[in-house]
Design a protein around this ligand. Structure first.
Ligand code: SAM
Ligand code: SF4
Length: 329
């Protein structure tokens, strides 16, 4: 359906848990986030009901995220149920990849073909520092496991950390060696990301990185092909095997093309990433709303979706206080 700014909204990200097996310094505090009790997060049946309402309002693509989605038990079963909701065409997964190798076949059997895997550096020591303990080799094992399955698309997501040691070329070179799509994403001033950005040594935009890569791979041209449903633009460099994606989440407002809403693990439907408020689907479901009522509430939330974010403004009403791990990215 169209929102109040006449944008087609057909994509929903679902965070299935706030928990994570890593503690990326720009995403989560070292001690983790306050644990949410099981009874406060949506059950699988409740998530599937929200997906039913979403699909009847035109949502076709679902992405499962977190926290780390693979830490919640039974995710392949949830994905199977969502994939069978009439109107849902794809269910994809965003993961840090740490447990992906052992989940790859189950996720594939559940119908997942598109995997986004966070990969901020190819340096195992820096990876361990940023993630506070993660083993890079496990992520690579996860990527290789899903690439070995026929018909899968893998994108890596590299957040621009503003530190020289990140060596952004290395992720592109790794992606080329595996025939996958590297993407570079500007860090957003949300949660721990705000503090990280204040302390960062370098400050560059996605556009700066696009130009930087041109020094090595030659002048790129914008590609008309897009391997996803999101805001990334993809570029073909003459000296690079595949496409490279850029997500200028802060420097360039792509809100005009925004196609998405987000459901938190506690059932808050957020129409825009930046604002705290949303529609409480957990309350609606647990106070007896029927499917028609859920559909009406979903449509209303989409209609009221904000026209644009205001990152960079000094005075933001209703500003989001959650960390990205509690929103799902
Ligand atoms: N745990 C999974 C993962 O890391 O892929 C899924 C959830 S994580 C919150 C989703 C994405 O959000 C990751 O790619 C992560 O790097 C990104 N992210 C976290 N904080 C961010 C921030 N402040 N700005 C931009 N991206 C951020
Ligand atoms: Fe966990 Fe993903 Fe946040 Fe890292 S980015 S702490 S892996 S939720």
């Amino acid at each position: 359906m169209l929102d109040g700014s006449l944008r087609k909204i057909d994509y929903m990200r679902i965070s299935v848990t706030d928990r994570c097996n890593l503690r990326c310094a720009y995403c989560m505090p070292a001690e983790g986030v306050a644990p949410v009790s099981h009874s406060d997060i949506l059950t699988f049946d409740e998530i599937v009901r929200v997906c039913g309402a979403a699909a009847s309002c035109g949502i076709e693509h679902i992405r499962i995220t977190g926290g780390e989605p693979l830490v919640r038990k039974g995710i392949p079963d949830l994905i199977k149920s969502i994939a069978s909701v009439p109107g849902i065409r794809t269910v994809s997964v965003t993961t840090n990849g740490i447990w992906l190798e052992s989940y790859a076949e189950d996720l594939y059997r559940a119908g997942v073909r598109h995997f986004n895997i966070s990969l901020d550096t190819m340096d195992p020591v820096l990876y361990r520092q940023i993630t506070r303990g993660g083993e890079l080799s496990r992520v690579i094992g996860g990527i290789d496991a899903v690439r070995a399955l026929p018909g899968t698309t893998v994108k890596t997501d590299t957040v621009l950390l503003g530190i020289r040691e990140q060596k952004l070329y290395d992720v592109a070179e790794f992606a080329a060696s595996r025939d996958i799509y590297p993407r570079y994403i500007e860090m957003m001033p949300i949660g721990c990301g705000k503090e990280w950005l204040k302390a960062a040594e370098l400050s560059y935009t996605a556009e700066d990185v696009r130009k930087m890569l041109a020094e090595r791979y030659g002048e790129p041209v914008r590609s008309g092909d897009s391997p996803g449903h999101g805001p990334a633009s993809y570029w073909k460099y003459p000296g690079f095997g595949g496409l490279i994606g850029f997500i200028p989440a802060v420097s360039c407002r792509f809100c005009g093309n925004c196609n998405r809403v987000r459901l938190t693990s506690q059932g808050l439907l957020k129409a825009c990433l930046q604002y705290e408020s949303g529609t409480d689907f957990r309350r609606l479901i647990r106070t007896g709303a029927d499917d028609d009522e859920l559909k009406i509430s979903f449509a209303e939330a989409v209609r009221r979706k904000s026209g644009m974010h205001s990152f960079g403004s000094s005075d933001i009403p209703d500003e989001e206080w959650r960390n990205m791990s509690q929103i799902g990215g």
